[in-house]
Write a protein that binds this ligand. Structure first.
Ligand code: MSP
Length: 499
C-alpha cells in the first residue's frame, strides 16, 4: 500500500462566487482525504486546494467593482474559505496564486525553461479571445468566433514567449500509453490520447504583454510581459509543497501527486500542458488525473447569464452539510454528468437518510431506552441466519468500501455508499423480521439482548464507514451510542415534506 497520498483540487477563479460545481470537486477530494487518513494515518495525507487569482477575468471583475485586483481577490477568497468551512472540507493547505511562495516558484520555472531554450520569444499574429485568454488560428475559429465560448475574437500581432509543447508530444503519447492509470476515467484517457495522435501540438503562448494585461506574474527575463494564467496556475501543485525550496519537502515527501481531481472541461490543460511542463523540468508527472463530470440544471449548464447558478450555501442552509455532501457523492457515479435539483435532494433525503439510516438509528436507540433504560445490553450472541449474514457483512464492509474508492475503481463514491446502505438495509429488515416487541412480550430476554447488541454493532460500523462521506453525521451517531450507554438526541434526518 502506498505510504502517502497527495490529492489536489483545481484552483478556483475568484472572479465569481463559488457554486455547486466547485463544491463538488472539493467534497470528493475531502472524502478521499478523510478516507485515506483513516487508512494510512493523517500524517501521510496531504490535501491541497486554493484559488487562481491572476489574469484577465479577475482584472476585469475587479475593475467592474472599482477595486484593485488584489483587494478584490482578498474579498472573494473569503467566500471560498467560508464555504469550505461550511462543507467541512479538511484541506491541509490553501494556496493562492498571488502568494510569494507561488510567484517565486513560477519565476524559477520560467527561468529554467528559458535558459534551456524550452521557452523562446516569437512574434505572434492571429486571433485572440479575450474572455478565454486563448489564441486561435484562423482554421480553428467557428464562424469567425471563438470555438470555446463562441464570442467575438480580435486580430492581434505582438511579441510573446512560447513554450515548446511540440517537442514533448511523442514523449507524452508514450507516457500515456504506458500508464493506463494516468488519465481517468477511461473515456477521458481515450479522448486525450486520440487528440494527441490526430493533432500536432502547437507551442503554447505563455506570456501576455503588460499593456494588455497587467495582473499577472512578471516574466523574470522580460518585465514587459506577464505569465499566461494557466501556465502560472498549474505550477501550484508543486509550488505549494515547496518545489525548489530548501526543505526539500516536496521531493522527499509529497511529489508526485497521487491524484489531481478536476472537471472535464480543464482536461487539456492538466493532461497535456502540465505533464509536458513537468517533463521539461525533469520532474515526474502526477500519478493520476481524474476528470469528473458536470452538474447541470435540467438540460442546461449553470451560468450567470442564464441566472441558474446554485449557491452551495443556500443548499447547506436548506438541507444541512451532510445531506448536500451525500447527494452529490451518491446520486451520480463519479465521472458522469448529473442533474441537480432540490426535488432530487429531497427524494434522496427521505428515502436514504430519513427512512433507512435515520430510522435504523432512532428505532435502535428507542428500544435501548424502552427495554434497557438506556444501557446497552452486554451479553448475548444472535445465532439466526439473518444475524450471521449481518455479521459477515460487518466484516466484509471495510474491504468493499475500500475497493470502490480505489483508483482502479475510478473512485466510485456512489458504489461505496451503496455498500454501506446494504448493511443498513439488512439491519432494518432484521428488525422487521425479528419483531423485537414480541421477544419483549414473551420474555425472551437473551434473544432480545443479542438482537439489540447486533444492531449496535451495525450502527457503530456504519458510523465508522460514513466518517469520510458525512463527518458530522458519523460524529453525531457516535455521540449518541456510547461505550455502555446511549444518549438519544433528536432524529438525525426528520422526514421532509415533498412539494
Ligand atoms: N482556474 C481554473 C483551474 C486552474 S487549476 C490549476 C478553473 N477554475 S474554475 O473556477 O473555472 O473551475 C474550477 C473547476 O470547477 C473546474 O474543474 C470545473 O470543471 C469545475 N466546474 C465548473 N462548473 C461545473 C459544474 N457545473 N459541475 C461540475 N464541475 C464544474 O477552471
Amino acid at each position: 500500500m502506498a505510504n502517502k497520498f497527495y490529492v489536489t483540487t483545481p484552483l478556483y477563479y475568484v472572479n465569481a462566487s463559488p457554486h455547486i460545481g466547485h463544491s463538488y470537486t472539493n467534497i470528493a477530494a475531502d472524502t478521499l482525504a478523510r478516507f485515506m487518513r483513516d487508512r494510512i494515518g493523517g500524517e501521510n495525507v496531504w490535501f491541497l486546494t486554493g484559488t487562481d487569482e491572476h489574469g484577465q477575468k479577475i482584472q476585469k471583475a475587479a475593475e467592474e467593482q472599482g477595486l484593485a485586483p488584489g483587494d478584490f481577490a482578498d474579498k472573494m477568497v473569503s467566500q471560498f474559505v467560508g464555504l469550505w468551512k461550511a462543507l467541512d472540507i479538511s484541506y491541509n493547505d490553501f494556496i493562492r496564486t498571488t502568494e510569494e511562495r507561488h510567484i517565486a516558484c513560477v519565476q524559477q520555472v520560467l527561468q529554467i525553461l528559458y535558459e534551456q531554450k524550452d521557452v523562446y520569444q516569437d512574434k505572434y499574429e492571429g486571433w485572440y479571445c479575450t474572455p478565454c485568454e486563448t489564441f486561435w488560428i484562423e482554421s480553428q475559429l467557428t464562424e469567425g468566433n471563438c470555438p470555446d465560448c463562441k464570442r467575438k475574437v480580435e486580430r492581434i500581432s505582438e511579441t510573446n514567449y512560447f513554450f515548446r509543447l511540440s517537442k514533448y508530444q511523442e514523449w507524452l503519447i508514450a507516457h500515456i500509453k504506458a500508464h493506463p492509470e494516468f488519465i481517468r476515467p477511461a473515456s477521458r484517457y481515450n479522448e486525450v490520447l486520440s487528440f494527441l495522435e490526430l493533432n500536432k501540438l502547437n507551442d503554447l503562448c505563455i506570456s501576455r504583454p503588460k499593456e494588455r494585461l497587467s495582473w499577472g506574474i512578471p516574466l523574470p527575463f522580460s518585465p514587459e510581459h506577464v505569465t499566461y494564467v494557466w501556465f502560472d496556475a498549474l505550477i501550484n501543485y508543486i509550488s505549494a509543497v515547496g518545489a525548489f525550496d530548501e526543505s526539500n519537502r516536496y521531493k522527499s515527501r509529497w511529489w508526485p501527486a497521487d491524484l489531481h481531481l478536476i472537471g472535464k472541461d480543464i482536461l487539456r490543460q492538466h493532461a497535456i500542458y502540465w505533464p509536458i511542463m513537468l517533463a521539461a523540468l525533469k520532474i515526474e508527472p502526477p500519478k493520476t488525473i481524474f476528470a469528473h463530470g458536470w452538474w447541470m440544471i435540467g438540460e442546461a449548464k449553470m451560468s450567470k447569464s442564464r441566472g441558474n447558478v446554485v449557491n452551495p450555501l443556500d443548499m447547506v442552509n436548506e438541507f444541512g452539510t451532510d445531506t448536500y455532501r451525500y447527494f452529490l457523492l451518491r446520486d451520480v457515479p463519479f465521472g458522469m454528468d448529473g442533474n441537480f435539483s432540490e426535488e432530487a435532494i429531497t427524494k434522496r433525503f427521505n428515502a436514504d437518510l430519513a427512512n433507512d439510516l435515520g430510522n435504523l438509528v432512532y428505532r435502535t436507540l428507542t428500544m435501548i431506552e424502552k427495554y434497557y433504560q438506556g444501557s446497552i445490553p452486554d451479553k448475548g450472541e444472535a445465532k439466526d441466519a439473518q444475524a450471521k449474514k449481518i455479521e459477515e457483512k460487518i466484516k466484509s464492509l471495510g474491504g468493499e468500501v475500500s475497493a470502490c474508492l480505489a483508483a482502479q475503481a475510478d473512485f466510485d463514491f456512489s458504489a461505496g455508499i451503496e455498500k454501506i446502505w446494504e448493511l443498513i438495509n439488512l439491519a432494518n429488515k432484521y428488525v422487521e423480521e425479528t419483531k423485537p416487541w414480541n421477544l419483549a412480550k414473551e420474555g425472551r430476554s437473551d434473544e432480545l439482548a443479542a438482537f439489540i447488541r447486533l444492531l449496535v454493532e451495525v450502527i457503530r460500523e456504519v458510523a465508522r464507514k460514513l466518517c469520510a462521506f458525512m463527518p458530522k453525521t458519523a460524529e453525531s451517531i457516535t455521540g449518541q451510542i456510547g461505550e455502555k450507554a446511549i444518549q438519544k438526541g433528536q432524529p438525525l434526518f426528520p422526514r421532509r415534506e415533498t412539494s
